[in-house]
Design a protein around this ligand. Structure first.
Ligand code: GLU
Ligand code: ZN
Length: 498
């Protein structure tokens, strides 16, 4: 895969580490894009790591979809599934011994301990703390259990989770997007890293792998900001027990993406599903251009650019901490601009999937390559997304235009038959080698009936294409040809005559 590059700071190592649950969504793509652009800008390394430690929620199907989405978008990775790398395997489900070993060593070194509190006990104490106006995180009850207490808990049949022991001091870090942030110890309590059944949690496996994979910069969504002080403390402990190279990555938290009604865009929001954009025929470049604007901008007066231009300009320090609003209309407008900027031949090639089943309603043998190539440039300047091509050209390949009641009723007002008869006569006489001549014919017909061109062409358009809106009419007629055009006008007249 050819990849955009710019600078040379090969020590930069970032990761995109999705969990394979559900369908890829635009928030996830934005995170992937920013990490990719950052890696390419610096000439560093993008690691793709699959965080599939939650067997109940992860699926192979979702994993395949993630890789497929990355490939479709053109966001290539340097280490990870399928390409390999020095830190294999890159799927966390295949690294379980690593995590078990680290958890054990953290406990041995006193950085983690067994907690035997039951869910009910924890809830009860949390509630009491809340009532007393105290911080409601874990209260540290099991920090100093004696061997006898542990024995007694086990005799009761209790099982333990493993908790990480947070240091009793403030944690300060400089977020690459937000600047300096400090967390006070009373607000960051000891947290679980291994479940009672022995399964390691995200809180452990994510920083452990970042350490082992020598990640230098963590760029991720703002929703994960509160886990950062915990992870920074864990890094220090990992360094102490010799896991990783001892350094802590820099963190940059990308702003929230807001959807309708100023609510956070959720995975469940239909407009957040990447598949929807693929099915509607967004160009990867168009969609990524738009998603790059969710928290970043190339300059104040410019919102259309290529991926290479983004790579060249992308500085994480330019990312804005304020929530970004997802604006579908703008996303579509940017895609439309990218469509218009394509070479015609590339546009034609990109339309291909929508000229076949299941999208195209015509018989495969009815498709006429020359006719399509002739009309394509007119479509290219009008489409928002590629899937719109089908309805715009179906009049060329269907035996009869689509039957659209609403369009028919709108265009075929009283008097439409008289206009159509005159237009038919003039079109029959016209020079069919020029769209301009066909326009003159319909214009002249309109004049005879006291109609401007717009009004006069409406019944002709519906007679020929079935719809009130579509590609430029006279170019459409020219491509459809004299015989078929006249036959369709005749058919419409017959229908009007009842
Ligand atoms: N697997 C985590 C998620 O998808 C990754 C979070 C992170 O980037 O640290 O939320
Ligand atoms: Zn406990």
């Amino acid at each position: 895969m050819a990849s955009a590059t710019k600078g040379t700071d090969p020590s930069v190592r970032v990761r995109f580490c999705p969990s394979p649950t559900g369908n890829p969504h635009v928030g996830l793509v934005r995170t992937a894009l920013f990490n990719w652009a950052f890696a390419r800008h610096h000439g560093g390394t993008l690691v793709l790591r699959i965080e599939d430690t939650d067997a109940a929620r992860d699926s192979e199907e979702s994993y395949e979809q993630l890789l497929d989405a990355m490939r479709w978008l053109g966001l290539d990775w340097d280490e990870g599934p399928e390409v390999g790398g020095p830190h294999e395997p890159y799927r966390q489900s295949r690294r379980m011994e690593v995590y078990a070993d680290v958890a054990r060593r953290l406990q041995e070194a006193g950085h983690a301990y067994e907690c035997y509190c039951t869910a009910e006990e924890l809830e009860e104490r949390r509630e009491a703390a809340r009532k007393a106006g105290k911080p409601s995180g874990y209260d540290g009850k099991c920090r100093t259990l004696t061997a006898e207490q542990i024995e007694a808990y086990r005799a009761e049949g209790r099982s333990a989770i493993v908790r990480f022991r947070m240091p009793d001091r403030p944690i300060t870090f400089t977020d690459l997007v937000r600047g300096e942030i400090t967390y006070q110890p009373e607000n960051v309590s000891d947290y679980g890293i291994v479940r009672a059944n022995g399964a390691p949690l995200y809180t452990l496996v994510n920083p452990v792998d970042d350490a082992l994979m020598e990640i230098t910069h963590v760029l991720r969504g703002e929703d994960l900001l509160s886990s950062t002080p915990r992870q920074i403390a864990l890094y220090a402990a990992l360094a102490e027990i010799g896991v990783g190279n001892g350094s802590t990555p820099s963190f940059g938290h990308l702003p929230y993406v807001m959807g309708e009604g100023n609510k956070k865009l959720s995975k469940r929001d239909p407009q957040s599903s990447l598949n929807l954009y693929r099915e509607r025929g967004f160009l990867p470049e168009g969609l990524l251009n738009y998603l790059s604007l969710l928290g970043w901008s190339i300059s104040e007066d410019r919102d259309i650019f290529s991926l290479q231009e983004m790579v060249d300009a992308f500085e994480i320090g330019d990312v804005n901490a304020n929530p970004a609003r997802f604006d579908l209309k703008k996303c579509e407008a940017i895609n439309a601009t990218h469509l218009r900027q394509m070479e015609v031949k590339d546009f034609i090639a990109a339309c291909e999937p929508w000229l076949r089943a299941p999208y195209a309603p015509w018989a495969p043998e009815a498709f006429d390559r020359a006719a399509f190539d002739a009309i394509a440039p007119h479509a290219q300047t009008r489409l928002t997304v590629l899937s719109e091509i089908t309805d715009n050209v179906d009049f060329l390949f269907l035996d009869e235009p689509v039957a659209d009641e609403a369009s028919w009723n709108k265009a075929m007002k009283p008097g439409a038959d008289a206009l159509l008869r005159t237009a038919r006569a003039k079109l029959a006489e016209a020079d069919w080698s020029s769209a301009e001549a066909l326009k003159e014919a319909v214009l002249a017909a309109g004049e005879e009936h006291g109609l401007k061109l717009g009004k006069a062409q409406a019944p002709v358009r519906v007679a020929v294409t079935g719809r009130t809106v579509g590609l430029p009419l006279f170019e459409s007629l020219e491509v459809l040809g004299r015989e078929r055009t006249l036959a369709r006008v005749d058919a419409a007249l017959a229908k009007l005559a009842g």
